[in-house]
Design a protein around this ligand. Structure first.
Ligand code: GAF
Length: 397
């Protein structure tokens, strides 16, 4: 396990200085400030966010860092140290939804969404660098959106709160980028707190910070990045979302959140022979219930007991929602067989990462078992690190 229980992947102290220096090389003056926004893992509550349901992510130490200055001439200049190519220059008046298929669509989409909502953003120079693994289901896109939104919020004195920035970032992703995602990832990046998981009701964005300090209880949460990139899955994500909306319409509710767990059997019966929709509904309703179970267990100090709930969540995503893949299933099966307390895929699915809850003393054994199982199956070696609940988006300089 890389680095044991330390915060692996955090931009090391001093990195914000390097980011500021690179900004000055690119744009000729020092930046007005430097901001950071984290990636996330989701503990429980998957594919519930676009059903007005419950989620429970926490922020990773991995962040996207942005050095930013204002401009007044309607120009947006973007540069990333993680992408080949030079500075990209865009005219704010020419920004249009789905006009850009590259990485710049995320920051440009945020500027577009802010301006469309009536905020006076007159231009910016931006230099970015990130330690959030891309395509690993750890919300590198949300980190990129939120860091730019927060920087512009501060620099232009917009006075928007974290949840408002999250909404605007979601709009950038849905409309400008064209990906039909929910609100979880952006809210996690904007609003999470160190040492806590974020219980979020995605219907009204009400939040509760739940203390989540596994190390103090002798446990760790491992993130296993299967290295199976999930970006090809956007069409499948949209299909699941459409299926859930169909389910809500057939049941005569605004969103599947409105189907109570105790009424699930009756709801499934009413769906008759709509087998595909029945599966999706069953996942969403039981998953919301699992979030409530996990919160109750954490609040009762019964952290180890969340393990089986995580495993049930994985089975539901695999069998009912059908968004797992052989690599994710192998992580979960191997982890449980080698002594983990619980495990499940996390994020949108079709690849990306799994989380594994272990006793700290078992972390190395479980990691080794997963690595050996991947080698035996001829899969690309996974990347494993310890996830420490970290701070949400903030100004660093
Ligand atoms: C992706 C989406 F971006 C989120 O909104 C959420 O739906 C998640 O998949 C599944 O829970 O990360």
């Amino acid at each position: 396990v890389e680095g044991g229980a330390v915060e692996v992947g955090a931009v090391e102290s001093g990195a914000e200085v390097a980011v500021a220096e690179r900004f000055e090389e690119l744009y000729g003056t020092a930046p007005e400030g430097v901001w950071a926004a984290p990636g996330r893992v989701n503990l429980i509550g998957e594919h519930t966010d676009y059903n007005d349901g419950f989620v429970m992510p926490f922020a990773l130490p991995h962040t996207t860092v942005a050095a930013v200055s204002r401009r007044t001439d309607g120009v947006l200049r973007l540069h990333s140290s993680d992408v080949d190519g030079g500075v990209v220059e865009l005219a704010l008046d020419a920004l249009a939804p789905e006009s850009d298929r590259g990485w710049t669509a995320y920051p440009a989409g945020v500027v577009w969404a802010l301006r469309e909502a009536g905020h006076a953003v007159t231009g910016a120079d931006v230099h970015l660098t990130s330690t959030v693994p891309a395509g690993a289901g750890l919300s590198s896109s949300a980190a990129l959106e939120v860091v730019v939104a927060l920087a512009l919020n501060d620099l232009f004195g917009l006075g928007l709160k974290g949840w408002q920035l999250a909404r605007l970032c979601q709009r950038a992703e849905n409309v400008y980028v064209g990906a039909p995602t929910g609100i979880m990832d952006q809210t996690a990046s904007a609003c999470c707190e160190r040492g806590h998981a974020l219980f979020l009701d995605t219907r009204d964005l009400s939040q509760k910070q739940i203390p989540f300090d596994l190390a103090a209880e002798g446990m760790q949460l491992l993130v296993v990045d299967t290295q199976v990139k999930h970006s090809h899955s956007e069409g499948e994500y949209g299909k699941r979302r459409a299926g859930c909306e169909k389910g809500a319409a057939l049941l005569g509710v605004d969103a599947l959140r409105d189907v109570a767990y105790d009424d699930l059997d009756a709801a499934l019966e009413r769906l008759g022979d709509e087998e595909e929709v029945r599966r999706l509904v069953r996942h969403v309703v039981t998953e919301n219930h699992r979030v409530e179970q996990v919160i109750a267990l954490l609040e009762a100090g019964e952290t180890r007991a969340i393990g089986p709930v995580l495993v049930e969540g994985h089975a539901s995503l695999r069998d009912d929602f059908r968004i797992s893949c052989p690599e994710l299933d192998l992580v979960v099966d191997t982890a449980i067989a080698s002594g983990a307390l619980g495990a499940r895929m996390t994020g949108g699915g079709f690849g990306g990462s799994a989380i594994v809850l272990v006793e700290s003393a078992d972390a190395d054994t479980v990691t080794k078992a997963v690595e050996e199982a991947f080698a035996a199956a001829d899969f690309t070696p996974p990347r494993v690190f310890v996830a420490v609940p970290s701070a949400g988006a903030r100004r660093v300089v």
